[in-house]
Design a protein around this ligand. Sequence first.
Ligand code: PLP
Length: 411
Amino acid sequence: MPYAYQHNTLHCEQVPLAEIAARVGTPCYVYSSADIVERFCAYDRAFGDMPHLVCYAVKANSNLSVLRLLAGEGAGFDIVSGGELFRVLQAGGDPRRVVFSGVGKTPEEIEYALSEGIYSFNAESEAEIELIDSLALRGGVRARVSLRVNPDVDAATHPYISTGLREHKFGIVIGAIEGMYQRAATLQGIILDGVSCHIGSQLLDTGPMLDAVDKMLELVDHLRGRGIEIRHLDLGGGLGIAYKPGEKAPAIGGVVAAITGKVRGRGLHVMVEPGRSIVGESGVLLTRVLYRKRTPRKEFVVVDAAMNDLLRPALYQSYHEILPVESAPRHTVLADVVGPICETGDFLARDRKISDVFPGDLLALLTAGAYGFVAASNYNSRPRAAEVMVEGGRWRVVRARETFEDLIRGE
Ligand SMILES: *Cc1c(COP(=O)(O)O)cnc(C)c1O
């Protein structure tokens, strides 16, 4: 963990969070660059000499400074929109290391990706394959395509982030894959030589993930047995991280070792698309206490961050640990930590035992680096928070806090 108390004040690497809050204001996201690099490298190292590409899932945190940091480490990128490709290119990412996932790519997005020469598309339907083929032919290029398989395994995670079951919109059922490869064999605009999957997110049990690997390898063997050449195996992302005290997340190195143990010797180029497990732990959301409020039934801590800044608690009932930035010994209280937004769903924590804080005190919501700022909105006409990157003892603003003028731009 890049966050620890030094002299009773919470630090990110060597920087006191109180210093950032005093200079930048709150709410404010803070990221540890060392943690992001370390966790990307944990993936990369664990593959060793096996041909592989670690494609960071941009949607988890698409700040240009995060992307630039990872591009500098040689990362590939998994994108789900044209906007994400634009960000990757702006950050100096290599388009030849980009895979384009997603169930609803538009013709414009496909053309953009083709013209930038991305590595490959993960296609999710027959109609999409035909569209990629025709646009590639028109552009005079050949597009590499993998089929996204729905392996029908239960990822055992929150229903909103489970994606690998038959009833989900994602992927193509395993039984339909061979026919699609056969029909696509005649298409001149594409090179169809891979399979991909992604069964869900925040997986704390590696069982379902490894079951999916087994199913994918069976499929590869089956297709190869039918004379279909398969070179690439993309296993998606989804590795979970510890949000709650006592929660145990699988170690990156161990998971990759289990994967390489299964895949080794088959002559496959392996890709993974981790998002949360690279950036999640690196980030906190800093917020300041505005009010304490007691009703006949409950105690509330009203803070200046809200569901528009961090949507996860409202959307997934997810848990973020909350620590006081200054840790002088205090009583604890049982309270709801809520924001200023006019929605009962606007809470950051419910019935939480937290340090007895008072107006003006700073709190840090931990493990907010993934699916945090990227899902922020301007709901209630709240300018989006600032973002800060820490590097050792130094820090800098990597996205300015929005102004009121930003709120009305384009209207
Ligand atoms: C969201 C997503 C990922 C990243 O998932 P994490 O849980 O953040 O690792 C990877 N691949 C695809 C196709 C996705 O949709």
